[in-house]
Design a protein around this ligand. Structure first.
Ligand code: ZN
Ligand code: FE
Ligand code: FE
Ligand code: ZN
Length: 270
């Protein structure tokens, strides 16, 4: 595998290691292209909200983040470094998101659903809240947000597409219908699906997305991006042999790359 399009930095408040260390690890592992995609500040929260510096970088850090990535490009000509960002989809703030994303020369924008009505459902410290919820309803709402995000035109690829499975809570209803509807939305909007290896190290112990979800997307011609979601330098390209295996068994033969939000498809050779 030659690319990792999902890497964080300490700016988000929950990742470790200097940006140089991520780049050097990528070079060591033989990657040809990487994208930093740290968490964009929240457009629906005030600048001094405690989630800034815990879940995402602060607004005043965003220009420096972009400059730092562009500088790394000059420092490490042996690898292609893209300026990416991971942005939470905030349904009532599409205009604000669009404006913020257009203010910087991003190559690649990952869209994420980490919250269902203000609850960061993927935060292990808030897992108790699942007991107060109906899992079928949560899955419905997660996929409704996912589909709205895909259709918003704000994002190039949807990150960890079935993040709602993180702790292994599955609905009673058949999940295939969610995968089919989500796949249809991605295909229509021409948005990519991220293959994210970090799920292997979460309670679910499985890549995001599941093979069934990936198959539904590939059947409709959805392209994929590949990312480790590294929150430490050692996690760059983590478990990519397993990603390769999944891509091989599902017949996925190319991966998407982005330059200034323009997609190109690169054949996968394995
Ligand atoms: Zn993160
Ligand atoms: Fe995320
Ligand atoms: Fe991430
Ligand atoms: Zn992420």
């Amino acid at each position: 595998m030659f690319v990792d399009y999902h890497m964080h930095t300490p700016l988000c408040g929950h990742a470790q290691g200097a940006m140089e260390e991520y780049v050097e690890e990528a070079i060591r592992k033989g990657l040809r292209e990487i994208a930093f995609s740290d968490h964009l500040p929240f457009v629906h929260l005030p600048a001094d909200h405690p989630w800034h510096g815990r879940y995402a970088m602060r607004m005043e850090e965003l220009p420096g983040y972009c400059e730092a990535v562009l500088k790394l490009r000059e420092r490490y000509p042996e690898i292609t470094i893209k300026l990416g960002i991971e942005a939470d989809y905030i349904p009532e703030k599409e205009k604000e998101l669009e404006k913020l994303l257009s203010d910087y020369p991003f190559d690649f924008v990952l869209g994420s659903i980490h919250m269902i009505d203000g609850w960061p459902f993927d935060d292990p410290s808030l897992i108790d809240e699942y007991a107060n919820r109906d899992i079928d309803d949560l899955w419905d709402r997660y996929f409704a947000l996912f589909i709205a995000a895909a259709r918003s035109g704000l994002f190039d690829s949807m990150a960890h597409p079935d993040l709602i499975k993180k702790f292994g809570f599955f609905p009673k209803a058949n999940v295939q219908i969610h995968y089919e509807k989500a796949a249809q939305a991605l295909a229509q909007a021409q948005v990519c699906l991220e293959i994210n290896s970090s799920g292997l190290h979460k309670p679910i112990g499985e890549i995001y997305p599941s093979a069934a979800f990936l198959r539904a997307c590939l059947a409709r011609g959805v392209a994929v991006t590949i990312g480790s979601d590294a929150h430490k330098p050692t996690e760059v390209a983590r478990d990519f042999p397993k990603v390769k295996e999944l891509l091989r068994e599902t017949g996925c033969r190319e991966a998407a790359l982005f330059t200034r939000r323009q997609k190109t498809l690169q054949p996968l050779t394995f």
